[in-house]
Design a protein around this ligand. Sequence first.
Ligand code: C5P
Length: 240
Amino acid sequence: MTRPKLRPEERIIVALDTPSLQGSLRVVNKLKSIVQTFKVGPILFLRKGVRSIEDIRSEGKDIFLDLKFHDIPSTVEKSIPNIMNYGINMFTIHTLGGFDMMKAVADRVRIESENKNIKKPTVLGVTVLTSHNDETLDEIGISNKTKDQVLKLASLADKAGIDGLVCSGLECEMLRSEFGDRFTLVVPGVRPSGESHDQKRVVTPRNAIDLGADYLVVGRAITESDDPLQATSEIIDSIS
Ligand code: C5P
């Protein structure tokens, strides 16, 4: 069972999708009184590297490193010791990498944390990106409906020993009924209202939580708002 017990404010993860470290740290500083975890993805990491993680951690904040590894088992597995040296709390791999890759990662993370005597980071498997729907899955040769595809990948992740899944809010109920509290569920594509941008499977924060999400990843709805602190407070209120 890998379902964390969380207060409403601990459920919000803010995605720092800008190449500017200064800009990201401004967001961290504005939100640090109410947000504990910030997501660093390729936009910031490829520009500022490990320093982005160190600077955010030095504000006392937790890091979700979202580089979505999708490679052969040996390449991903050998990346794990380095990732774990950064002191991150969660990171992502693609479940599409397959059972062997996921198992190699789950095993290596466990062994590294035992050897280094550090808290094990949560390994999250991305199922189907929230920017996909049935039509765009078909375009890339996946004829399964989105929900069936998510379920298939989740079953593999379960067997491989992955801690959590990244999915849309629309799949949380199905995953909870199939796997109970087995997985930590992390939901991007969250929109309080308004623009969905490039996301296709969107839900409101309240819906996502009601359907069984543990964490909500929110990027532009907060970072591009005129008042990020207010926008975050409103989301927290809506799920409280
Ligand atoms: O701005 P927005 O709230 O759409 O940002 C969502 C964040 O979650 C982005 O950083 C994106 O890379 C990430 N993400 C996603 N869908 C997934 C996995 C991660 O949108 N399935």
